[in-house]
Design a protein around this ligand. Structure first.
Ligand SMILES: NC(=O)c1ccc[n+]([C@@H]2O[C@H](COP(=O)([O-])OP(=O)(O)OC[C@H]3O[C@@H](n4cnc5c(N)ncnc54)[C@H](OP(=O)(O)O)[C@@H]3O)[C@@H](O)[C@H]2O)c1
Length: 320
């Protein structure tokens, strides 16, 4: 379960990747630079060789910069994925995936990461003002120029992915997916399985909820971006907690934590190459990385699926 092929490439990536959004310090608060560096180092020590970031993670690209600092001495052991096409404007974000913007952002990402190549470069999201094929063409050129090795696309619908793939073959897609948010299973997963495209999923812990440490009476701090999502409010919140209570029982029987069970379930699903696990503390990624070694039997998977059915999937919008 530990290492998997990325698309049809030579790369082998850990089934748990470190998601480097929480260390960017924008919506997930209170992670100091030292704590973030410790989180990155803990991920490597825990056997993770796959890091996911973006040009837009951080007011000034702090996430990419810190990754660059940590991988300086082990660059060839780490598969670095970053994204272009979104940039920050203060604490907000704007979409711009014009070819000239992607070229400039890629150069800046290379510099921040302190590397001469980006292993996997995603279009972060479609830019409503730029045809998908133009953005795809720019990434194909970055591959030809040797700055990028593999192309990926995030937050695209199936039609957009098909358009992208015709201009620039995709090795990985990056949608959101977890126990309760499973929209990709109907169309996207079969498409990827058919073409040998990896699926690297974000929000495997549903922004921390499925780690089971946010109590029913949890009050989000002012500025914690999670508070705005309906799944963290009102009746949805309580129904999700009822589901979590069921997961706790299954996790206890297996002697794993709820977070480990949620991640192990994710990486057991057909077509899923990696769960991009966000963390803002070293102990968090140590805990989730251990899920790579948890084997779930058919019986356990059916128990979990029965609990999901009782809860019902959440239809949700993506991050961007
Ligand atoms: N392509 C896109 O548009 C897109 C969008 C979103 C994310 N992503 C990528 O996907 C990654 C994952 O998404 P995410 O980071 O937003 O969500 P996530 O992985 O579902 O949740 C991460 C949060 O869960 C909590 N957590 C993690 N491990 C824990 C543990 N063992 N115990 C308790 N709490 C724990 C931490 O929050 P607290 O400590 O604050 O509770 C952490 O910030 C991102 O980092 C990023 O790389 C991509």
């Amino acid at each position: 379960m530990h290492f998997r092929q990325l698309g049809r490439s030579q790369y082998s990536v850990s089934s748990v990747a470190l998601g480097c959004w929480p260390i960017a310090g924008i919506t997930t608060l209170n992670a100091t630079r030292e704590e973030s560096l410790a989180t990155l180092r803990a991920a490597v020590e825990a056997g993770i060789n796959f890091m996911d970031t973006a040009y837009a993670y951080g007011i000034h690209g702090e996430s990419e910069q810190m990754i660059g600092e940590v991988i300086r001495d082990c660059r060839d052991q780490i598969v670095v994925a970053t994204k272009g096409g979104i940039h920050r404007v203060g604490r907000g974000q704007e979409y711009d995936a014009r070819p000239e913007t992607l070229r400039r952002q890629c150069d800046e990402s290379l510099q921040r990461l302190g590397t001469d190549r980006i292993d996997l470069y995603y279009l972060h999201a479609p830019d409503p003002q730029t045809p998908i094929t133009d953005s795809a063409g720019a990434i194909a050129e970055l591959i030809q120029a040797g700055k990028v090795v593999l192309a990926g696309a995030s937050n695209l619908n199936l039609h957009q992915l098909q358009q992208f793939h015709e201009v620039c073959p995709i090795s990985a897609v990056q949608p959101h997916y977890n126990l309760l948010q499973r929209e990709i299973e109907t169309e996207l997963v079969p498409w990827c399985l058919n073409l040998g495209v990896s699926i690297c999923v974000y929000w495997p812990l549903m922004k921390g909820f499925l780690a089971g440490k946010l109590q029913r009476d949890h009050q989000f701090e002012a500025g914690d971006g999670r508070a705005k999502y309906p799944m963290f409010q009102g009746d949805e919140w309580h129904r999700n907690h009822d589901f979590l209570d069921e997961l706790r029982i299954i996790a206890k029987d297996l002697n794993v934590s709820v977070a480990q069970l949620a991640i192990a379930w994710t990486i057991h699903q057909p077509g899923i190459t990696a769960a991009l696990c966000g963390a803002k503390r070293d102990w968090q990624i140590q805990e989730t990385a251990a899920a790579m070694h948890v084997h779930l039997t058919e019986d356990i998977l059916s128990q979990i699926n029965a609990a999901v059915t009782r809860r019902g999937s959440i239809v949700s919008r993506a991050a961007v």
